[in-house]
Ligand binder design. Structure first.
Ligand SMILES: Cc1ncc(COP(=O)(O)O)c(C=O)c1O
Length: 398
């Protein structure tokens, strides 16, 4: 077990907020308080005999930065503890996390059953790149368990979804989909980017593999790209770790250190994101220039009840459709003075995005229709500025 504050406090007695700050730091002989950054590509051996023994796996220890790094391990152990999984492996980005899961668990001839409401690049990866290697994907409505059931095939090996989805915050029934996956010898992979383990721990509902884009809330200040995969030792610790070690899409120690320090403030940040997003959603819902608002604090959200069971809070992403189509949506984007016009989310800075022309711009019109991404849709990732300033900046364009 990793060191905690005074190296004796049993980790399993700590709450998630404390583990996010304490887990995973094995102090060096310097007795540093803050976690050190190990910027080294390889590690040394005392002798030729020790080198051979470490390479053969006869004695533990670091060998080479593509295999292990103490700072990366610190981040991995902390996130695994927060997701309540056996282990975690860190990757270069969220997309490389998804790719590594697919490379580790699938082969030519296998089938992916995916929600149609996933990040646009994930759809492109499945449809364009994995298809080249004989892995086919069928896309289904995230919220209809019946649709998932009827699309499952004998060769379906992986069910993939985001809940809440990007950008419409629709919610899947995790327990039902985990049962479906397991009854068909498949694994349920959940992209937990919008909630983070602070709001939702998908393994508690039966999910097998949890994906993160650490680029988002885990870092929380828009500084790095990173990803992570959490799950059990057999799937993540062996099958997927093997992909990282041999194919190389690993997280750098510098990025791991930034994300690791980001985890320390994650719980208070998520609380503030949720609170401000709830206030913004209520204001937007009341505005006659807006057609529809998507946020889990609103009782008219179709999965309001389900989210209350699966999540401890409503999340910081608010999406809405403006009346008047694409030009009105773009006018609103252009009228903001404080909000950042950028595609990232989960930042301390509030961001505004037009998904149809950016994050989901490479999808066909049919795919966007299937995912519910209209030209009048805007996504706000509510940051940590004073919420009244955020509201005023959006209201000006309405
Ligand atoms: C839900 C979701 N998953 C995965 C990704 C990909 O993450 P990254 O940009 O770190 O590769 C994103 C990026 O926006 C995302 O929003």
């Amino acid at each position: 077990m990793s060191d905690t504050s005074n190296d004796t406090y049993p980790e399993n007695e700590l709450s998630i907020e404390s583990r996010a700050i304490r887990t995973g730091h094995s102090r060096t002989h310097e007795l540093e308080h803050s976690e050190p950054m190990f910027l080294t590509s390889s590690f040394t051996f005392a002798s030729a005999e020790e080198a051979a023994a470490r390479f053969a796996g006869e004695i533990p220890g670091n060998i080479y930065g593509r295999f292990t790094n103490p700072t990366v391990r610190n981040f991995e152990q902390r996130l695994a503890s927060m997701e309540e999984t056996d282990c975690c492996v860190a990757t270069a980005s969220g997309m490389s996390a998804i790719l590594s899961v697919c490379m580790g668990l699938l082969k030519s001839g296998d089938h992916i059953l995916s929600s149609s409401s996933v990040f646009g690049t994930t759809t492109v990866m499945f449809e364009k790149y994995l298809a080249k290697f004989g892995i086919e994907t069928t896309f289904v409505d995230l919220t209809s368990t019946d649709a998932w059931k009827s699309a499952i095939q004998k060769n379906t090996k992986l069910l993939f979804l985001e809940t809440p989805s990007n950008p419409l915050t629709r919610v899947a029934n995790l327990t039902e989909l985990a049962d479906l996956a397991h009854n068909n010898n498949a694994v349920l992979v959940v992209d937990n980017c919008f909630c983070t383990p602070i709001l939702q721990q998908p393994v508690k509902f039966g999910a097998d593999v949890i994906i993160h884009s650490a680029t988002k809330y885990l870092d929380g200040q828009g500084r790095i790209l990173g990803g992570a995969i959490c799950g059990n030792n057999a799937i993540v610790g062996e099958e997927i770790y093997g992909v990282l070690r041999n194919c190389g899409p690993i997280m750098s120690p510098f990025n791991a250190w930034v994300a690791l320090k980001g985890l320390e403030t994650l719980s208070i940040r998520m609380k503030a994101h949720c609170e401000s997003a709830t206030k913004l959603a209520a204001v937007l819902d009341d505005n006659s220039a807006i057609e529809k608002v998507y946020h889990l604090s609103l009782k008219n959200h179709p999965e309001y009840e389900l989210a209350q069971k699966q999540q401890s809070n409503v999340g910081g992403i608010v999406s809405f459709e403006v009346k008047g189509g694409k030009q009105k949506a773009w006018d609103l984007v252009n009228s903001t003075r404080m909000l950042s016009i950028t595609a990232n989310l989960g930042d301390a800075k509030t961001t505004i995005t037009h998904p149809a022309s950016t994050t989901h711009g490479r999808l066909s019109q049919e795919q966007r229709d299937q995912a519910g991404i209209s030209d009048s849709l805007l996504r706000i990732s509510v940051g940590l500025e004073n919420v009244d300033d955020i509201i005023r900046d959006i209201q000006r364009g309405l």
